[in-house]
Design a protein around this ligand. Sequence first.
Ligand SMILES: *Cc1c(COP(=O)(O)O)cnc(C)c1O
Length: 415
Amino acid sequence: MIDFEHFHTLLPQSVGSKSGAVAPTITPSAAFGYEDAQQAEGIFSGNIAKPLYARMGNPTNANLESILSKIEDAKGAIVTSSGMGAISMVLTAYLKSGDEVLCIGGFFGGTYALMTETMPRFGISADFCDVDDFEIIEKKLQNGLSMVLVESIGNPNLKLPDIEKIATLCNRYNTLLLVDNTATPLLLQPLKMGADILIYSTTKNISGHSASLGGVALFRTVKEEDKLKTEKYKHLHKIIDKMGSKAMIAISKKRALRDFGMTANAFGSFITMLGLETLSLRIERVSKSTEIIAKALDGKLEHVSVRHPSLNSHEHHARYKEIFPSGSGSLMTLDAGTKEKAFKFLNHTKLITQTANIGDNRTLALHMKSTIYSDFDTKDLKVLGITDGLIRVSIGLENPKDIINDFIQASKLIN
Ligand SMILES: *Cc1c(COP(=O)(O)O)cnc(C)c1O
């Protein structure tokens, strides 16, 4: 089980300070003066830890980064303008033209488009496979992948990868493993399971209020014997030699953040920290509520089926019980069979907000095929598990009974 009590103490104690201003300070300056020429030199060389210029970070971002690192026991973190900003930062910092990435399981539409349309234009190719295709995964790793990308729970296909097993394989073949843990903060700690890099869209549960777009990448320590020191990552060796155990952060700053500028802003980081104070309370509640709602609605809705890994009918139900003893966050899906029925169902609900977000304090829902996935062709929709009547639901903090009753009354009005 997750020790939520530990996080209930850690989070409010980590955000803000005991003397002076209690709430986190916002430092919105774009530039920072240096005391003298020597200090300027020291800051630019990395020997003096003071702000350089806001594209490379600012004190408010640094505050958020240190709290997020503490939660994950990471060596360091870089907050970004959005979740996509975090993924783009990692890919562009670590990969080069000619590299191959294997994407395992289900993916958020933005990530799928990035990997199938945008990265290939820069010579980085991506292959996709199912979470349990271990033979394919091992064969691809043997043939020389540069990175493996996986979501902790597929958004929205709700497949659950065995991250520990995938991490073991990636470590055996000296390949970087990037995990998108957006939907399951605190519930799963992939860095401790052997992943190299973790990303979050902090826009979702971490912030929780639909008030701040943001992302973060978290990194492990670079070890004496490290996969990054193998021939495959030769283009990174100069920074690794110079920066040692902190090199993973430096690579991302120097090879992506500085050059592409997907930096978070101070005000956004401030809002994110306010959300972070209550993350453990909220994620504990929504994970429980989602299970309660999925189980109560399973088989009870007219025209609409329910999908959630806590249900026996889910293909990864056993894995769910093993790796998500405290629940898997706020996501569940409904399938109304057709677009028309899905639209009717959504429009008859009274409590939900129809929006493209997840992990919010209120319950959200959206018909997938006509919105986020409307650009995708039949083959892509099949890979991602997007059916005609698929509705993604993200459960909020409301009384689960109210959501259950709302969904039941809406399903009765479909015809
Ligand atoms: C929302 C989301 C993202 C993208 O994050 P933004 O902050 O919207 O850029 C990436 N991965 C997952 C799983 C998401 O749900």
